[in-house]
Design a binder for this molecule. Structure first.
Ligand code: FES
Length: 157
């Protein structure tokens, strides 16, 4: 991690105003913001650790825990709620054995609930990474989760 951080720091001056872009770069490089990395960022931009931790927890885009390979976002906006998002959520939790905000033990999925994603006509909706799945039922969601990412990527090994 040391080397990766130093490589990032090399393109900055160490100014307080650089905090957010640096955190973004660290997250892109490491996948999340480990505590130790945030401490080093704090030292680099000469801010108290509490300030850096505060910023990292304030912005939803920063993740303080390791993330799964794929991110599931289940919409819990009004249209999806009315059409049974809660039952989809329960099914996802049951199939993956996680709670909202958690990552599966095999690190395949991180499960999140989000506000309206603008596809209300397809309610209830969830996305996995960039793909959108609409008109879900609990069974359909289960099938999607069980088969997602199973297709060989890029042909034979
Ligand atoms: S409420 Fe779910 S997409 Fe709008």
């Amino acid at each position: 991690m040391e080397e990766q951080l130093n490589a990032i720091f090399a393109s900055y001056k160490g100014e307080k105003s650089e905090l957010i872009p640096i955190l973004q770069d660290v997250q892109e490089e490491l996948g999340y913001l480990p505590e130790d990395a945030m401490r080093q960022v704090a030292r680099f931009v000469r801010l108290p650790e509490s300030k850096v931790f505060g910023v990292a927890t304030f912005y939803a885009r920063f993740h303080l825990q390791p993330r799964g390979k794929h991110t599931i976002r289940l919409c819990c906006g009004t249209a999806c709620h009315v059409r049974g998002a809660k039952r989809i959520s329960d099914k996802v939790k049951e199939v993956l054995q996680v709670d909202v905000g958690q990552t599966t033990k095999d690190m395949k999925y991180t499960f999140e609930e989000v506000a309206c994603i603008g596809a209300c006509g397809l309610a209830p909706v969830m996305t996995i990474d960039e793909k959108t799945f609409g008109k879900l039922s609990p069974d359909k969601a289960k099938d999607i989760l069980e088969s997602f990412g199973e297709e060989p990527e890029g042909g034979q090994e």
